[in-house]
Ligand binder design. Structure first.
Ligand code: SF4
Length: 394
């Protein structure tokens, strides 16, 4: 009879030693971070959401500003989404900010402005997935549940010599199970932070510093010529490329530009951008810009193309953005308040509407001094940076 291989055996047999070595190292090596140690579930929540896809160093100033302006869940829930997006500007992945805001509103409605300690309840809040739930539950409430982020995946794959694709469903499940075996009943939050800290400081992506690693005697990857080959890299995703054109409509009297607000859901939801529309690859910039102006404003604004093109890479697509300057102002939007948005989405003839053919919810003139605080995506910021308007932006 075949003997069944126990794939969790090495995790169980090494767990005591791993906990001991890791926690000893963490006491000495841990960084001082503004969200650590306070045990404030809300601060942990905000920090964990900001840290998704973003480096610690970049997050710290955003976290400080955010917590100063919104020190409690109630204050966040009471704020307009636009202000939340404005404080998030530059961090990217704006869906995180929208979900955090929705989550705060839900937490006020269901839990009187507190986060529940029960992981199952936490998971019901918008934007809280297994990772954030594990972080809040273990760090703020001492619930012995695991946390598995990119750092932990790297450490686990190397520690146990796992050479399978960690993005596959089965392997992900196994990694969560292993992390669950390792996490101790006592002070699980510190253990989880220690695992993440090891991945961030020592067991780093390309060149793990094994000579400084407290887990070196326990680690399978040290038997390889290069432990950095683990985890196995999933095959690279090819991002589709799309093209769009933005219209620069400038009012020299007030030194303001016309912006449109995108719908609340989807790519760059709720953010402001220069009036933009999708374009065909072979379409000359001015032709595409005229078509976008006709569609959005019902008039020909005689746009003139700028020679520069902005390229911006989103998680799932690559955008090539041309820019055209219009010398006229649509008469129905000439008042200081501009006006309501478009009645419907548009599209290039013969194509289905793309992410830049959305109907705007509103139009607004925004003076130069407000551009810095207006919630807008990085692609719009890049366009503003190349504009040859009278006084330079920088
Ligand atoms: S010994 Fe090297 S590969 Fe193994 S966990 Fe430590 S740093 Fe990572």
């Amino acid at each position: 009879m075949a003997v069944k291989h126990d794939i969790d055996g090495p995790v169980r047999s090494r767990r005591r030693a791993i906990r001991k070595h890791l926690l000893e190292w963490y006491r000495e090596a841990r960084r001082t971070l503004p969200w650590r140690d306070a045990g404030d579930p809300y601060a942990i929540w905000v920090s964990e959401i900001m840290l998704q896809q973003t480096q610690v160093r970049a997050v710290i100033p955003y976290f400080d500003r955010f917590m100063t302006r919104f020190p409690t869940i109630e204050s966040l829930a009471a704020a307009p989404l636009e202000e939340v997006l404005s404080l998030w500007k530059g961090l990217g992945y704006y869906g995180r900010a929208r979900n955090l805001h929705r989550g705060a509103i839900e937490a006020c409605r269901r839990y009187r402005g507190r986060l529940p300690a029960d992981p199952a309840e936490l998971l019901r809040l918008p934007g809280i997935g297994p990772y954030t739930c594990g972080a809040i539950s273990s760090m703020a409430f001492g619930v012995p549940v695991p946390v598995v982020d990119g750092n932990v995946i790297r450490v686990l794959c190397r520690l146990f010599g796992l050479d399978e694709d960690p993005t596959s469903y089965q392997v992900k499940k196994r990694l969560w199970r292993w992390a669950g075996i390792l996490v101790p009943e006592q002070d699980p939050g510190t253990f989880n932070q220690a695992m993440m800290e090891l991945g961030a400081l020592v067991c780093v992506r390309r060149r793990p510093d094994c000579s400084r690693c407290p887990l070196e005697p326990l680690c399978d990857a040290t038997r390889l010529p290069d432990p950095g080959v683990l985890p196995v890299r999933p095959r690279k995703r090819v991002r589709p490329e799309i093209r769009a054109v933005s219209l620069v409509i400038h009012d020299p009297a007030s030194d303001a530009l016309l912006f449109g607000r995108r719908p609340p859901r989807g790519l760059l939801g709720g953010m402001w951008e220069l009036p933009t529309g999708g374009a065909r690859w072979e379409e000359p910039v001015e032709e595409a810009a005229r078509r976008v102006a006709l569609r959005r404003f019902g008039m020909d604004l005689h746009p003139q193309a700028l020679p520069e093109r902005v390229v911006h890479v989103f998680t799932h697509l690559r955008l090539s953005l041309d820019v055209a300057i219009c010398r006229e102002v649509p008469p129905h939007l000439s008042t200081a308040d501009a006006g309501p948005g478009d009645s419907r989405e548009g599209a290039v003839a013969g194509c289905s509407p793309g992410p830049f053919d959305v109907a705007y919810q509103a139009y607004r003139w925004v003076a130069r001094q407000e551009w810095e605080t207006l919630p807008m995506g990085r692609s719009t910021g890049k366009v503003l940076d190349i504009l040859p308007l009278a006084s330079p932006r920088r």
